[in-house]
Design a protein around this ligand. Sequence first.
Ligand code: ARG
Length: 576
Amino acid sequence: MNIQAILSEKISQAMISAGAPADCEAQVRQSAKAQFGDYQANGIMAVAKKMGQAPRQLAEQVLNRLDLKGIASKTEIAGPGFINIFLDPQWLAARAEQALASDSLNISPVAPQTIVVDYSAPNVAKEMHVGHLRSTIIGDASVRTLEFLGHKVIRANHIGDWGTQFGMLIAFLEKKQQEQQTEIALSDLEAFYREAKQLYDQDEAFAARARSYVVKLQSGDQYCAQMWKKLVDITMAQNQYNYDRLNVSLTRDDVMGESLYNSMLPGIVADLEQKGLAVESEGAVVVYLDEYRNKEGEPMGVIIRKKDGGYLYTTTDIACAKYRYETLKADRVLYYIDSRQHQHLMQAWTIVRKAGYVPDSVPLEHHMFGMMLGKDGRPFKTRAGGTIKLADLLDEAHERALKLVSDKNPEMSAQELQQLAEVIGIGAVKYADLSKSRTTDYIFDWDNMLAFEGNTAPYLLYAYTRVLSVFRKAGISEQTTEGSIILSQPREAALATRLLQFEETILQVAREGTPHVMCAYLYELAVLFSGFYEHCPILAAEDDATRHSRLKLASLTARTLKCGLDTLGINTVERM
Ligand code: ARG
């Protein structure tokens, strides 16, 4: 059990024994300032109010009943009724030993759940844009975090592989094949799509053929299906190249595109009509939702089947949620989609709940994110205002990182510099995104993300190599087991405490899907290590016992940094 959980349990027990209701919350948090101890319990005030008691008086009664012998060296009441807890260095040292001795940093097993994570979701015959980049990176960090904790994760790449545009794309692919220009045309998906659209708008015969192909594709025509598959395959092969380069764990097997749900759609519409949730309106089928009102204050109508018989994005997402619960047996479903689609999801899920397709016990969570902006505060685009190709962005990251590391390490071989540049460049792009609270927009700024100071990938990667260098210099393995941890200096205790908060951190990330919490943790850990490294000599320690103890702390730091960066999908290097 982690420290926060242990303290929460003990303090709520003491609260209950002091007369608080059984469901009272101790609200144990890590203290923001050292003067308030390592942890503080903030729950006393609220509970005292409910009990009609003076908070400080309740706090005293709780302290009288609180037995933290061997865990805390001091407890005190502060302000209106906070309880501050100062942890006992010996207890911390023993826990740090346990973490070091365990393969999994002593993280308690969780009750494993089946969790479906919907992320990345690019569109066929289109270049992945920056919105997909955010979804891909943040979603993958969430996947890695959940898997690390022992959950069964199903990656769902809900690619846009269906819709009326496919008639046009098939007709255009056909034309390019006849001209024997398929390869060239599809190497630039953005241009392919644009030219197809142009032709569609200008050439009536082409447009007519495109429309007939839509009908054929939908009725299962073999030729159209095969052309469609070709478009999907080529797009996903190009995306796979980006995924691999980004160290994103998605593969072709994770594709569960919109088309997967096609066969379910007529049944869903019929069922919603039969349940009285959907009604016909001017030829279309509509669900009216009281929860959402239009400008006139009337219930908003969500169309689930168009007049022409076509289905919509919402219909697919209704079927998709049902499928994830019924067929994939999800206990929890997370959607990494940008915040502009929030209303869309809420409408789809309101219908899903009303129809009873997914019980309330299975959460459907929109882990939304804001936009990636340029330095000018506008949506991130090329100078000409076009979409930035992901592959180009990653190439630029590599180039910039190469310049950086070449300047720093003139003696390194060209090959080593290339490898280093790839890890740092890609890591910088990913980390810049992951380290920002995902709900807001963020400014994409090369100089910031490649800085060696501050909460950046280069800083953390460098900090990691610095820990490793201690062992290299001493010529001993990082898996040192000699001696035992003694926390006699405040810096040592502070470092140990932070190390032991890894579990609390990862649990929060798993709960909220907020990798920036892990980034902040790792950054603080690296800063604490750096202070420790400067002020508490490791290899030149005054005696062997201290030297062993500090080496063990360094060892645990290295493992924790590595493990944390792994959950973020950030690769590390041994030296830089
Ligand atoms: N392909 C969509 C887009 O590019 C994102 C799909 C997200 N997932 C979902 N279940 N709606 O906007």
